[in-house]
Design a protein around this ligand. Sequence first.
Ligand code: ZN
Length: 187
Amino acid sequence: MKKAILTIFAGPMYSGKTTKLIKLAEVLEAKGQKVLTVKPAIDTRYSKKPVLASHDLKTVKAAFVDMNKPEELLKMAEKDHINHIIIDELNFFHKTKTIPVIKKLLQKGVGMTGAGLAYDYRKKPFGPTLKLGKMAKHLIWLYAICQKCGGPAQHTERVGGGTGQVVVGASEMYIASCSKCHRVYRG
Ligand SMILES: [Zn+2]
């Protein structure tokens, strides 16, 4: 079987990652591919139902996967004869468990596309995004707009909500900022 291709979109919040994934799901489905779109069970910011929702509230149906049990993807792909898996919020998935699962799926010929934050609000690598980006055939960096100076932003800056790495929130807790304007939130 031909090994499939891995594509990773990496960037801060508000850089349009989910919008890209929604578009990709639409295009692949229009081509007749069986697409499985998933997100970590942690993220219910925009909807309690499992959908992929961008900040502009476009949606596509998705399934929740336990971020500590990425191996569920293997079963899901086999059961529904999936050609392509799209993963949003890749950064929340377990770093070491997720990489071998993705490798296995690629070997089985399942195309994989993931999007996630490369860095957390302290500018530290976040989950498996960067490692997978290095393995990927296509690593696409997306930029947001710095909310302080208006320049291209590659970072997510926390402005509220405590100091844990995994705190799910939207604009009340996070802004996009460039590396010059970025400040580490201290609570
Ligand atoms: Zn700036």
